[in-house]
Design a protein around this ligand. Sequence first.
Ligand SMILES: [Zn+2]
Length: 86
Amino acid sequence: MKKTISKTQAQEEIQEFFKEIGRKTPKEIKKMRKLAMAHKIPLKDKKNLFCKKCLIPHENPKIRIKKGIKSIICNECGTINRKKIN
Ligand SMILES: [Zn+2]
């Protein structure tokens, strides 16, 4: 049986998920991302809460801001997650 949920439900689920992002595993984050994509829900700033490469939630990450670019360096794999800020 395939479990289908509405967009509102998916949004709520994602909202709940990010409340405890620090305790999530990369596997769970991957699943959540899939859910967001399936329902076309933009994660926006929430994306900065985990590493785009290893999907591990950022814990006390090194953050550098330079020329309007915010760089979050992953403690786990060293990947620099960059984001434009205004
Ligand atoms: Zn990483």
